[in-house]
Write a protein that binds this ligand. Structure first.
Ligand SMILES: *Cc1c(COP(=O)(O)O)cnc(C)c1O
Length: 220
């Protein structure tokens, strides 16, 4: 318990100002979330809607909520109600669903486009070369607020292995930014996890999503 608070504070101290720490909470209990909030975390990251619902019942408006998992269209209705940002938008089809559900409750929902930065076949996200086209299409949706990009990068034990994929994502981020000159909301780059957030910060991330370095290893 004490450990979660100590870990969180240590990470928060290391982050530059204006960097947003998202505590990635998959598989964690509500009491563990209470600890990170006590330690100063302002944003909770959720991968699963069912878990998010129970966490949300426990903490509600005390924090902001980011969805960081793969969003199935049949879960969008719940997602737009709970979340302050969806970090994993990766198709027009999903955008249409989000837009129509958000319209029903008259809520503009911030989104990040998820980039499959290494073009891995089995992974979610759009390829870097397709991101600009998706960003352009998002302009036609009234209830979606495109605010930036998110990427995972291919899993590796070595932190340096992530760098080229983070760099590529930052390039795409800047390229889209040029096309969004009227949109000052285009400002978030969500990259880096426990083993890679330092490299991500060097490559321009201003949102990092950290789980194990806060909570310890996952068993479930
Ligand atoms: C689990 C998860 C994280 C955090 O990963 P850790 O290695 O536990 O820090 C970050 N982003 C996403 C999308 C995740 O699913």
């Amino acid at each position: 318990m004490e450990k979660i608070i100590a870990n969180t504070k240590k990470i928060l101290r290391k982050l530059p100002q204006k960097t947003n720490l998202v505590a990635a909470c998959k598989g964690r209990a509500a009491w563990e979330l209470e600890q990170v909030v006590k330690a100063g975390v302002k944003i909770i990251g959720e991968n699963y809607i069912s878990q998010a619902e129970s966490h949300y019942r426990a903490l509600g408006g005390k924090v902001r909520w980011h969805f960081i998992g793969h969003l199935q269209t049949n879960k969008v209705k719940k997602a737009v109600r709970i979340f302050d940002m969806i970090e994993t938008l990766d198709s027009v089809k999903l955008a249409e669903k989000i837009d129509s559900e958000a319209e029903k409750i008259n809520k503009k929902i911030p989104v990040l486009i998820e980039i499959n930065s290494a073009c891995e076949k089995q992974k979610y996200g759009v390829f870097p070369q397709d991101a600009l086209a998706l960003a352009e299409k998002l302009k036609s949706f009234s209830y979606i607020l495109p605010m930036g990009l998110m990427t995972m990068g291919p899993f590796s034990e070595k932190e340096e292995d992530y760098r080229p994929y983070f760099r590529k994502t930052k390039e795409v981020f800047e390229q889209i930014k040029k096309n969004f000159t009227a949109n000052s909301n285009w400002k978030y780059l969500s990259m880096g996890m426990s083993s890679s957030y330092k490299v991500a910060l060097e490559e321009g991330a201003n949102i990092v999503r950290v789980g194990t370095a806060i909570f310890g290893p996952r068993f479930a």
